[in-house]
Design a protein around this ligand. Structure first.
Ligand SMILES: *Cc1c(COP(=O)(O)O)cnc(C)c1O
Length: 573
């Protein structure tokens, strides 16, 4: 950090950017740029972080804009029954971020809200540096209520959320101006949270077409209820005269100011985050041209230490060119297994030391870590405990490792954690049990990395078509871990049956919405007949599958390929 800070000079071209003239501003409510900075909640933020890291590696002239969220999303504790306790995350800002002298402000309900700006510098593999700006309203001169706006990610009521979006969108565009950036050509909204920034641009240019030329929008939500919207009356009170009368009709849906509509209206380029999600979005928003760019992950971030060494030896150059992971087919299978066992021991040791479950290095281990919410069906795997036991008796022992937070207002998400805890207690209480379960508290990027690299099989069970993309399975693929998942999001593109993993549901039934009973049945059937026997009895072919995950999926589902598509199709710089 210190050396980076020293290199920064105010050259009049943009205070904080040592590379001179950024052309793209990337706005995201959450950015998971560093596992120690808790200003992200899940996939959206991790994707934003991985995107900016790849831009730094590839010398793409971009800057990131986000909220400080100084108390994070929340720190998750779980009691013995699996009740989730949400604690404010204590994070020492000064250890990671630098406060900049520039300031800006927005108006909310007629009050001036002052914003200060912190930055974090992302250094790429070739030392190209990209700044990420964190907006902070905890400033003297703001009233108590306004000082709280950038405290909790996704906390509070709709008014709190709208205040945050005013700070992110309008405040973000103004912050870049205050920082002296005059060269921004594209404003990329990562999800609709930053859409109010278009109103600030419209105020500047008074011309819808001019704003459109500058805006790019990525939608992430295939479910109508997931799109932010605010009562128009309340929005007008909060925003004052920021909403021009002539566009009200275009950005209103069911009498509400709809952030997705606002972003769609003002963007010349819109995309979904997987091919299927592009299709779903086109059906949801007829009349708009919506492309798709499938998500990826930042390879260097998500490859575990043992696999980094393996790749360095076998595919030198992969760190700055993840396409070279294609040649993983040439790696010796024994070496893949040795690297995998090292990553697996790391995870099993962690789980045993924290949760005293006595898991075994050699037993088949399934991982499931993601937001605990109904559509992802976190408890589908344990929904028939007796059947799971029967399968383990036939095929060999099964270990299951869970992690994931439920949103504080998501009652059914919290219920599934408790449900997992109930089954976990009865399974682990049986001394001769063939099924063992652990639930790791406070899922974050570090745990995500340990899990996606340390299990034998990565499980994902979203109800179609509700998973826009999903990225944790791509992290698993980077560590040679095959995925078993419903055919939704990226898995429709990434799955080659028995070669990169397995599907729950056939391609035909993929056209329908998911049916829990048939998915459950198929999941258990495939585990029993195909997957677990292959692991225990056909190790050579199992490792072959691991190798194809790296060669076929990691070489493609990475943010290098993704950002190159954005540069060509969306930014067009
Ligand atoms: C990768 C990651 C996610 C996103 O995973 P999905 O498969 O998209 O659900 C969420 N949270 C953390 C901490 C992650 O590392």
């Amino acid at each position: 950090m210190d050396t980076l800070t020293l290199e920064i000079k105010d050259d009049g071209e943009g205070f904080a950017n040592p590379n001179g003239k950024p052309k793209i501003a990337y706005f995201s409510m959450e950015i998971g740029i560093d596992e120690h900075i808790p200003t992200y909640s899940g996939g959206l933020g991790v994707l934003a972080g991985d995107t900016l890291k790849s831009c730094a590696d590839l010398n793409v002239p971009i800057v990131g804009v986000t909220l400080l969220s100084e108390k994070g999303y929340f720190y998750q504790e779980l009691d013995l029954d699996g009740n989730q306790i949400q604690l404010p995350f204590n994070f020492n800002i000064n250890d990671f971020l630098t406060l900049l002298p520039s300031k800006t402000s927005v108006t909310i309900e007629g009050r001036t809200v002052h914003i200060r700006i912190w930055h974090y510098l992302v250094r790429g593999v070739n030392d190209y540096i990209i700044p990420v700006f964190f907006l902070d309203t905890n400033v003297e001169g703001n009233c108590e209520q306004d000082r709280e706006i950038t405290k909790y990610l996704y906390g509070g009521d709709t008014k709190y959320r709208l205040s945050q979006e005013i700070v992110l969108g309008i405040g973000g565009v103004r912050a870049l101006e205050a920082l002296g950036y005059t060269t921004i050509e594209k404003y990329h909204m990562n999800e609709g949270h930053a859409a109010l920034g278009t109103l600030e641009l419209f105020r500047r240019y008074h011309d819808v077409e001019k704003v459109r030329e500058k805006c790019v929008f990525t939608t992430h939500t295939p479910v109508a209820a997931g799109h932010d919207q605010f009562d128009m009356g309340a929005a007008k009170t909060m925003l004052g005269d920021m909403i021009p009368e002539q566009i009200v009709h275009d950005v209103t849906f069911e009498n509400k100011l709809n952030m997705t509509r606002l972003a769609l209206f003002f963007s010349h380029y819109v995309n979904g985050v997987a091919k299927k999600h592009g299709e779903v979005s086109r059906l949801m928003f007829p009349g708009y041209s919506i492309d798709s760019i499938t998500n990826g992950v930042h390879s260097l971030t998500w490859v575990s230490e043992p696999f980094k060494r393996l790749f360095d030896t076998n595919m030198p150059g992969w760190r700055s060119d993840p396409y070279s992971l294609r040649s993983a087919f040439g790696i010796d299978k024994n070496d893949i297994w040795t690297a995998h066992m090292e990553a697996k021991k790391n995870l099993i040791d962690f789980v045993n030391s924290r949760y005293n479950v006595g898991m075994n290095y050699d037993y088949f281990t399934i991982g499931f870590a993601r937001r605990q919410t109904a559509y992802k069906r976190p408890d589908l795997l344990i929904s028939d405990p007796q059947r799971l036991i029967n399968i383990a008796e036939k095929t060999g022992p099964i270990q299951i490792i869970y992690a994931g937070k439920a949103h504080p207002n998501d009652g059914s998400g919290k219920e599934s954690i408790k449900n997992i805890f109930r089954v976990m207690k009865s399974m682990n209480g049986n001394m001769n049990g063939k099924v063992k379960i652990a639930f790791i508290h406070n899922y974050d990027m570090a745990i995500g990395k340990m899990m996606t690299s340390g299990v034998d099989l990565w499980l994902n069970t979203p109800r179609r078509p509700q998973e826009a993309s999903g990225t944790s399975g791509m992290k698993a693929a980077h560590n040679g871990v095959p995925q078993f998942s419903t055919l939704d999001g990226w898995w429709i593109e990434g799955r080659i049956e028995n070669i990169t993993g397995w599907a729950i549901g056939t391609r035909k039934s993929n056209e329908r919405e998911s049916d829990d009973d048939s998915d459950r049945n198929e999941m258990y059937e495939k585990l029993e007949k195909l997957i677990i026997p292959k692991f225990y009895n056909d190790r050579d072919n199992w490792i072959r599958t691991m190798r194809s995950c790296i060669a076929i999926n990691a070489s493609f589902f990475n943010t290098y390929r993704m950002i190159q598509q954005y540069v060509l199709n969306a930014y067009f710089i």
